[in-house]
Design a binder for this molecule. Structure first.
Ligand SMILES: NC(=O)c1ccc[n+]([C@@H]2O[C@H](COP(=O)([O-])OP(=O)(O)OC[C@H]3O[C@@H](n4cnc5c(N)ncnc54)[C@H](OP(=O)(O)O)[C@@H]3O)[C@@H](O)[C@H]2O)c1
Length: 306
């Protein structure tokens, strides 16, 4: 019997603990968690994501500020805003929604965020801490942190003896995901577009994590029977069965084929997706506690790191 992970339910339990942690922070310090979200330009998908993040921040009881900048914004103007937010004591987390318009250097902006306010976990200081096994003092990239919650719920915190495959090597997901699995003692393989014999590599994996951006690429005959399959991909494909010009979301895993072979699998939508925002809120409340020299509650720590 295959277990289908309900990402919305897991995310909701984490969000509940974040609200409590934020309320405790406010009771102890008189301050709420402050999250600033910056969006440049008018990409509709980015506005949808940012709207969801700002709404969730408010729902968690945070002090939430959204900076919506026109697409003509210069590098200097954006740098100026980040500089101001870096120095604002009421703001504990700064998130710059990616992608930025092409004339802007996204990496320079991300690296200018103070690492302790880098709630997306993309600053080299945070990536470096993760790479050197420091999971305590940095901030971890949200989507891999969310996928790790699922892995831990299935296998516990110690993955000794298990083979894990991460398909995709992006800085945003693949690399931090591999580091998290390695830290949990898994034997980790990272595959990418130059990997040969990917299906055979995949058949050796007890845990398969796909973050490629190719609709339904992972097939049933790629899987070791009983594998845990975490699908990070979000792909919009035509859905003529729903009507003309209609679309639907699918992952990088062929869910219908793979679900009967896997022991545990995440759906798309409703799997990893909801966890990303939950982990962003978790990073924000953690950053706010650290700014006051405090640690987050046991309940939230237990939910996100075992
Ligand atoms: N909130 C969420 O749920 C969330 C968050 C982040 C990402 N995502 C989704 O996850 C997917 C990946 O995101 P990303 O930002 O990591 O993407 P990305 O930066 O485009 O990276 C994709 C990775 O897939 C590899 N790849 C491409 N074609 C391949 C193939 N045929 N076989 C094996 N590997 C292949 C690429 O290899 P090379 O390095 O060799 O090019 C690259 O490492 C996307 O669908 C994205 O929408 C979801």
């Amino acid at each position: 019997m295959t277990t289908i992970i309900d990402g919305k339910a897991v995310a909701a339990s984490i969000t509940g603990a974040i609200k409590d942690a934020n309320a405790e922070l406010q009771a102890q310090t008189g301050r709420k968690t402050g999250l600033a979200v910056i969006i440049v330009g008018d990409d509709p998908a980015s506005h949808t994501y940012v709207g969801a993040k700002s709404r969730m921040a408010k729902e968690c009881g945070f002090f939430s500020v959204q900076h919506t900048l026109p697409k003509e914004t210069t590098q200097q103007q954006l740098a100026g805003l980040v500089h101001r937010l870096n120095g604002d004591d009421a703001i504990h987390g700064i998130l710059v929604q990616l992608p930025l318009p092409q004339h802007l250097d996204a990496d320079a902006v991300i690296q200018s965020i103070r690492p302790e306010k880098d709630v997306d976990g993309l600053h080299v200081a945070n990536a470096g801490k993760l790479a050197t096994g420091d999971l305590e003092s940095g901030l971890i990239s949200c989507t891999p942190a969310g996928a790790t919650v699922f892995v831990r719920r299935v296998h516990g915190g110690d993955l000794s003896g298990l083979n894990a495959l991460v398909i995709g090597r992006s800085n945003l997901f693949g690399k931090p995901m591999a580091q998290l699995l390695l830290n949990a003692n898994a034997t980790v393989t990272i595959a990418h577009s130059r990997t040969s014999g990917l299906a055979a590599v995949c058949r050796n994996a007890d845990i398969v994590i796909a973050a490629v951006g190719r609709p339904e690429m992972v097939k049933a005959n790629w899987l070791k029977p009983g594998a845990t399959v975490i699908d990070v991909g979000i792909n919009r494909v035509p859905a003529p069965e729903k009507g003309e010009d209609r679309t639907r979301l699918v992952g990088d895993v062929d869910f219908a084929e793979c679900a009967p072979i896997a022991s545990v699998i995440t759906p798309v939508p409703g799997g990893v997706g909801p966890m990303t925002i939950a982990m962003l809120m978790a990073n924000s409340v953690i950053a706010a506690h650290r700014a006051s020299g405090l640690k987050v509650s046991g309940q939230l720590s237990k939910l996100i790191s075992g």
